[in-house]
Design a protein around this ligand. Structure first.
Ligand code: MEV
Length: 316
């Protein structure tokens, strides 16, 4: 094993969350200025130590903590490389707020998998990376679609359908997204399970909402291809309306959505699993994003970011 480093990104789901669990498409983008970095340094004393904001301590003790899913991933990776007892220091530094719909757990897994493969000088095909990320995502989230890991490991916006290879999608537009954090944590596992429960209890009522999100996502792809921002904004609203009826919005998210629309956004919706976390608002042009940001901050957003679609990276 040699010293190594793996990097991954925050993700923002433009449209399609929750429905993507049920085979509908989704569009998501990596935020390349918000990174997770995993640095792996071999130790000769056999100790396996982790230092991160989520967990500090030995790999063994992590079993009883929220870091257990990632710890299982690390153990399986070491076993795969026939080095289960290899000592190491693993330092994880993350710019992502955890439990805010930005894919913190998937990004952490992707950074660690990349670091471990590099440490053992092994090449890492993309489908294998995504399979490995699923190990911890299944433990942490129960029934992950794979969208978070696919986006955390990508460098361009992605069109994603569960079980298929993700494909890059162009964002040829002049608009901007404003991202705003409610400051309230949201648990992906709980939100996904609550949608599953609704679908089981009353499929006739809830299944059409899943399909409506899928159709809005296809329309959103068309809107992006045609540079039709008002059409895109309408699809975001259709999706937010369906997500609210599925029970994954929240009063704080609804308040920010309303504030963004009042400030001139073409559309706004929660992003990620909801029930807290972040929302996004679509501005016609970068120059109009400032007013939306100010309105969101006045309505209680704890942090806002601006992401100009034309650049497809680097929010400020
Ligand atoms: C979570 O970031 C996105 C969800 O669609 C769950 C998933 O795709 O696994 C809510």
């Amino acid at each position: 094993m040699k010293k190594s480093q793996g990097i991954s990104y925050a993700k923002i789901i433009l449209i399609g969350e929750h429905a993507v669990v049920y085979q509908q498409p989704a569009i998501a983008l990596p935020i390349r200025s918000l990174t997770v970095t995993a640095t792996l340094t071999p130790r000769t004393d056999g100790r396996q130590q982790i230092a991160s904001i989520f967990y500090q301590g030995s790999l063994t003790d992590a079993a009883q903590t929220p870091f257990a899913g990632i710890a299982t991933l690390i153990r399986r990776l070491l076993t795969f490389f026939e080095a289960p007892a290899q000592g190491f220091d693993l330092a994880i530094s993350s710019m992502l707020p955890p439990e805010r719909g930005m894919g913190s757990s998937a990004a952490t897994a992707v950074a660690i998998i990349r670091a471990v493969y590099q440490a053992f000088d092994a090449s890492l095909p993309h489908d294998r990376l995504l399979n490995w990320a699923n190990v911890s995502e299944r433990i942490i989230h129960g029934n992950p679609s794979g969208l978070d890991a696919a986006t955390a490991s990508a460098t361009a916006p992605q069109w994603f359908v569960r079980g298929q290879a993700p494909t890059p999608i162009d964002f040829p537009t002049t608009g901007s997204l404003v991202i705003a954090d409610t400051g309230v944590p949201g648990q992906t596992k709980t939100a996904v399970a609550s949608v599953a429960a609704k679908l089981t209890q009353d499929p006739a009522r809830y299944q059409p909402l899943i399909e409506a999100i899928g159709q809005a996502t296809s329309q959103a792809a068309l809107a992006l291809a045609q540079d039709d921002l008002p059409l895109l904004g309408r699809q975001l609203m259709i999706s937010q309306n369906a997500l609210r009826q599925l029970g994954v919005s929240s009063p704080a998210l609804d308040k920010l959505v309303a504030a963004a629309l009042s400030a001139g956004a073409l559309g706004a919706k929660l992003t990620g699993s909801g029930q807290g976390g972040c929302m996004i608002a679509l501005a016609k042009a970068p120059a109009e994003a400032g007013a939306i940001r100010r309105a969101l901050e006045a309505a209680g957003a704890t942090t806002t970011w601006q992401y100009d679609l034309v650049e497809s990276e680097d929010p400020s």
